[in-house]
Design a protein around this ligand. Sequence first.
Ligand code: TYD
Length: 145
Amino acid sequence: MRDSTVYDCTLLRLPRVEADGGIITSLNSGSDLAFEIQRVYYLYDVPAGAVRGGHAHKELRQLIVAGSGSFAVVLHDGSKRRAVSLNRPDVGLLIVPGIWRELEEFSSGSVCLVLASEPYRESDYIRDFAAFCAAKHAGGSDKMN
Ligand code: TYD
């Protein structure tokens, strides 16, 4: 995890089943996603100007999708920053472990859908950016744990 970079986080085109009545996007663990989905959560009613996230995860993998509307995901790996805009439900951002993220610029009515590889565990969070950067720069593969 110490070696993960913002460029290991990839944008995925998600499958679409199109019909006259609309579109279905279906995500299956193992085939459409490289991890088993253990949890789904979503952010909504985010007030204008709010910033969510502000943490990294030690083990968690996530696919983040703009289910509705748009928002920006700002990634940081302790050295490099990368901003990704999400604005369509058939594109997801895969975030690997050991990446700091902040979510911002939520449009009115937007929904941030998150598919996660682990149940919620506070012990998997790193919520101090200075400690995160220090751990990313430190030697030893277990320094984030
Ligand atoms: P947090 O992950 O910090 O939110 P965000 O990254 O969107 O800003 O979680 C905020 C609060 O919600 C925290 O007290 C823990 C709780 N929470 C759960 O109970 N279960 C969950 O699956 C998540 C993601 C958060």
